[in-house]
Design a protein around this ligand. Structure first.
Ligand code: KPL
Length: 319
């Protein structure tokens, strides 16, 4: 199968390295940065615990050179979804399966507004990944990947997606196709709502939120606000998302959240796609979410400290 992963970040590199472990997969990374794609020299280094694997993966900045693909995995940040899909036009045929993997929920609105080459499936993963350097990814822990379409598609598309989940499993990555992917998007959103912004505000690893009474209380309150929105939307999320978020905090205690990693690298965060998007949904429903409002305000303030030089318009998340 010809597989193209758009975005060589932590998750993109992990999926590429995992799928390239099967000799019958031809795996490509599409990177908007041609110089970085060249630096990969056709391989990825994958660290799993004490073991290291070298995986053969072609990388290019030119979608036309890659040509039509069977499977496209979009692993860019939420704000880059429209650009990522548009830059990859030569990859799509009517038979291509496109799966988008983003944090938060704002990409769903982006996808709904776009004229898309194929109906995308949405992916939600609990796998952990850290990018050590260009072309070197560390597997940070096994977790289930779920994939599903948001709206009805012909049954052969569901069958194709089922095969993609099978392909993940053959590559050692637990995965399943589901009919209620939106429930899982929101289940993950509630975890990110409770953890990511607070790790930025308190400048700590995920586990730090558990031992700081003030941070922990804010985590609980932020997730409760999110849960109220999810319930009002009629979504099926776990009955106690606060306990779930605390468990994730414990299980990933040593992790630096993706949002804190963005801050430390001087990049725009996904606050708009996570707590900001939640706030917008709450407002649509006439619900108050004061704790999330405060988290958005404080993370934006921190970002403003280092993003002043980024030209307006290059970061739609902040417009
Ligand atoms: O998904 C995560 C993230 O950092 O974005 C968590 C679960 C918080 C793990 O760090």
């Amino acid at each position: 199968m010809k597989i193209v992963i758009i975005g060589p970040g932590a998750l993109g590199s992990l999926l590429a390295a995992g799928l390239a472990g099967r000799a019958d997969n031809e795996v490509w990374l599409l990177d908007h940065d041609a110089e970085r794609a060249a630096r990969m020299k056709g391989k990825l280094l994958l660290t799993v615990g004490e073991q290291e694997f070298c995986r053969l993966v072609s990388a290019s900045a030119d979608a036309a050179r890659i040509g039509p693909a069977d499977l496209v995995l979009l692993c860019v940040k939420s704000r880059d979804v429209a650009a990522g899909i548009s830059a990859a036009q030569p990859l799509y045929t009517p038979a291509t399966i496109l799966i988008t993997f983003q944090n938060g929920i704002s990409h769903l609105d982006t996808l709904a507004r776009m004229k898309l080459p194929v109906q995308p499936a949405i992916g939600v993963t609990a796998m952990g990944a850290t990018l050590k350097a260009t072309g070197h990814v560390c597997h940070g822990g096994q977790g289930l990947t779920r994939m599903g379409f948001l709206s009805p598609v012909p049954s052969e598309k569901q069958t194709q997606l089922e095969s993609v989940a099978g392909l993940f499993r053959q590559a050692g990555m637990p995965a399943e196709r589901v009919d209620n992917i939106l429930d899982f998007v929101w289940t993950k959103l509630l975890v990110n709502v409770g953890i990511n912004a607070l790790t930025v505000i308190y400048d700590c690893a995920n586990g730090g939120l558990l031992v700081n009474a003030e941070a922990r209380a804010k985590l609980v309150a932020a997730v409760r606000e999110g849960h109220a929105v999810a319930r009002a939307l009629g979504l099926k999320v776990p009955p106690d998302p606060v306990s779930q978020t605390l468990r994730v905090c414990e299980a990933t205690a040593g992790n630096i959240s993706s949002m804190l990693q963005d801050v430390r690298r001087g990049r725009p965060t996904e606050i708009g796609a996570i707590n900001g998007a939640l706030l917008a949904k709450a407002a649509e429903l006439g619900l108050e979410a004061p704790v999330n409002r405060e988290l958005v305000r404080r993370v934006r303030l921190i970002e403003d400290g280092y993003l002043r030089t980024i030209p307006r318009g290059s970061c739609p998340d902040r417009l």
